[in-house]
Ligand binder design. Structure first.
Ligand SMILES: C[S@@+](CC[C@H](N)C(=O)[O-])C[C@H]1O[C@@H](n2cnc3c(N)ncnc32)[C@H](O)[C@@H]1O
Length: 231
C-alpha cells in the first residue's frame, strides 16, 4: 500500500514532547492507519493478518480460531470477516476466542478473556473456552519494550514459546499457527520443535509491519497432530 495522502504536518508541534511529536507524525502519515479508519478496523495490525492470510490461506469454512494478545481486536475482526464470510454466516459459540492483558471492546459472539496468558489458570480458561479443537492459533503477543534489546528478545520468545505449547495442545490435525517473533526469527530450539510438529514452517514480514520494527512472524502450517509433539 502506497501513501496517497499528502504529507501531514503537525499543528501546535510545540505543545508535544519530541517523542510524542515523532509518534503523532508517524500516525498522521501512515497509510495503514488511514485505511484502518476507512474500513472500521480497530488497529493497523489488521492489515498484517490480511497479508498473512492472503499468502498462507489460514482460514477455512467452519474454522475455529484462538487469538493470543488480541487487543484492541484488529485480528479478531479479520477472523470474524473470514469465518462469517463478511457477515453471511453466523458464528458458533467458542468459534473465535481471544485473550489479552488489556480490556477489549466486545465483538458479537466472540469470547474475549482478560488476563495474562502466561498464568496457567488463564491459559486453561482460554483453551477450554474453545468450542472444540482449533484450526488456527494466532499470537501477536508482545510485551511492552524495556528498551534493552536482549531482555525484549527473551520476553517475546517466552510469549512465543507459550503460544507454541498452546497451539500443539489445541490444534486439530492440519491446523495452522502464526506467532510474532523478532528479527532473526525463532530460536533454533523452537524452530526444531515447530518443524517436528508442522509440515511447513516459514518466516514472513508483512508489508504492513513497519520497516523499522524488528517484528516478523513465524507461520507454521499443516499441524501433524498430537503424536508429533510427544517427545
Ligand atoms: C501488538 S498487540 C496485538 C494487536 C492485535 N493483534 C490486533 O490486531 O489488534 C500485542 C498485545 O499482546 C498483549 N500481551 C502481551 N503479553 C501478554 C500476555 N502475557 N497475556 C496476554 N496478552 C498479552 C498486549 O497487551 C497487547 O495488547
Amino acid at each position: 500500500m502506497r501513501s496517497r495522502t499528502p504529507t501531514v504536518k503537525l499543528k501546535n508541534a510545540r505543545k508535544h514532547s519530541a517523542s510524542s511529536q515523532k509518534w503523532l507524525l508517524r500516525q498522521l502519515n501512515d497509510p495503514y492507519v488511514h485505511a484502518s479508519k476507512q474500513k472500521g478496523y480497530r488497529s493497523r495490525a489488521s492489515f498484517k493478518l490480511l497479508e498473512i492470510d492472503e499468502k498462507f490461506k489460514l482460514f477455512h469454512a467452519n474454522a475455529r480460531v484462538l487469538d493470543l494478545g488480541c487487543a484492541p481486536g484488529g485480528w479478531l475482526q479479520i477472523a470474524m470477516e473470514r469465518l462469517t464470510k463478511n457477515g453471511a454466516i453466523a458464528l458458533q459459540p467458542g468459534q473465535i476466542v481471544g485473550v489479552d492483558l488489556l480490556d477489549v471492546d466486545p465483538i458479537p459472539n466472540v469470547t474475549i478473556i482478560k488476563g495474562d496468558f502466561l498464568d496457567p489458570d488463564i491459559a486453561a480458561n482460554v483453551m477450554s473456552s474453545l468450542g472444540g479443537p482449533a484450526s488456527v492459533v494466532l499470537s501477536d503477543m508482545a510485551a511492552s519494550s524495556t528498551g534493552h534489546a536482549s531482555t525484549d528478545h527473551l520476553r517475546i520468545m517466552a510469549l512465543l514459546e507459550a503460544a507454541y505449547e498452546c497451539a500443539v495442545t489445541v490444534l486439530e490435525p492440519g491446523g495452522a499457527f502464526v506467532g510474532k517473533v523478532l528479527q532473526g526469527g525463532t530460536t533454533n530450539e523452537l524452530l526444531v520443535k515447530l518443524k517436528q510438529s508442522f509440515k511447513k514452517v516459514s518466516h514472513f514480514k508483512p508489508k504492513a509491519s513497519r520497516k523499522d520494527s524488528a517484528e516478523t512472524y513465524v507461520v507454521a502450517l499443516h499441524f501433524k497432530g498430537q503424536a508429533s509433539n510427544a517427545s
